[in-house]
Design a protein around this ligand. Structure first.
Ligand code: SF4
Ligand code: SF4
Ligand code: FES
Length: 262
């Protein structure tokens, strides 16, 4: 039995403490529940949650509804499984039990706090996708017909842009950012990085001024308080502070000299 102290296999147990809530409008159901599940080699927080799902019984023997969470790639590529694990925002699929609880310590898992809660560990990251729309985080094409070869790019330019392109919209940076909250319209560090990325692309640069004008307004680059929390937590090690500084310089240039180009 998963929650008994007499377990199969190694006998080692993984102790999870999960923050739960039954739905977005049910704050009265907010609670922590604790589970102990059998340890498996190479276990990560997702596989521990899967064990809970198989037999959702708390440490005090109560049968409860299965815990829900989101995940997809299971290799830190999609960002879907982002949650707060022992106080740190990160991906559950790359949070290895051996590293975070080598001696059977309690692992506390909570949903991110900057997005509306859906249920248990699932949040709605829609605001991030709105932020991406605001800053035109894409490259327009004229149609799906044959457009001929795209602009040629040097390997150096590709190499410079590649680290910026690794964003998986996971939400870690905005969870850590003090300026990204319900009372601001700040687009967030990931969106400012995407402004830099798409403005550097030869075709993306066609909308460079539109992107800069968006981030010169409310919720734009001026809202960044330069605390640098974002760069500390980005699992893809994207140089977010450099991107914000570059976008800020470009926006200032646009502000000072943009009238010359009109
Ligand atoms: S910039 Fe980094 S932390 Fe922020 S959403 Fe992208 S991958 Fe996640
Ligand atoms: S540097 Fe700016 S974007 Fe990054 S966490 Fe601080 S306020 Fe947020
Ligand atoms: S499941 Fe895709 S990043 Fe964890």
């Amino acid at each position: 039995m998963a929650n008994s102290d007499t377990t199969k296999g190694t006998g080692r147990l993984v102790h999870l403490r999960v923050k739960r809530q039954d739905g977005p409008d049910l704050p009265e159901t907010k609670r922590y529940e604790e589970f102990k599940v059998p340890y498996l080699p190479q276990m990560n927080v997702i596989s521990a949650l899967q064990q809970v799902q198989k037999e959702p019984r708390t440490v005090d023997g109560k049968d409860v509804a299965p815990v829900v969470w989101e995940s997809s790639c299971l290799e830190e590529v999609c960002g879907a499984c982002t949650m707060i694990i022992n106080g740190r925002v990160r991906q559950a699929c790359s949070a290895l039990v051996d590293q975070i609880a080598p001696n059977g310590e309690v692992i506390t898992v909570e949903p991110m706090t900057k997005f509306p809660l859906v249920r248990d560990l699932i949040v709605d990251r829609e605001r991030m996708f709105h932020d991406m729309k605001k800053v035109k985080a894409w490259i327009d094409i004229d149609g799906t017909h044959e457009l001929g070869p795209g602009p040629r790019e040097s390997p150096e330019a590709q190499q410079e842009r590649y680290p910026l392109s690794r964003c998986m919209t996971c939400g870690c940076c905005v969870e850590a950012c003090p300026q990204y909250n319900d009372s601001t319209q700040f687009v967030g560090p990931f969106a400012l990085n995407l402004v830099r990325l798409f403005n550097m692309h030869p075709s993306g640069a066609l909308h460079k001024n539109a992107r800069l004008e968006t981030v010169m307004g409310e919720g734009g680059v001026q809202d960044c308080g330069k605390s640098q929390n974002c760069v500390e937590v980005c699992p893809k090690e994207i140089p977010l502070v450099d991107s914000i500084a570059q976008v800020s310089r470009d926006a200032t240039k646009r502000l000072l000299f943009g009238w010359l180009l009109k």
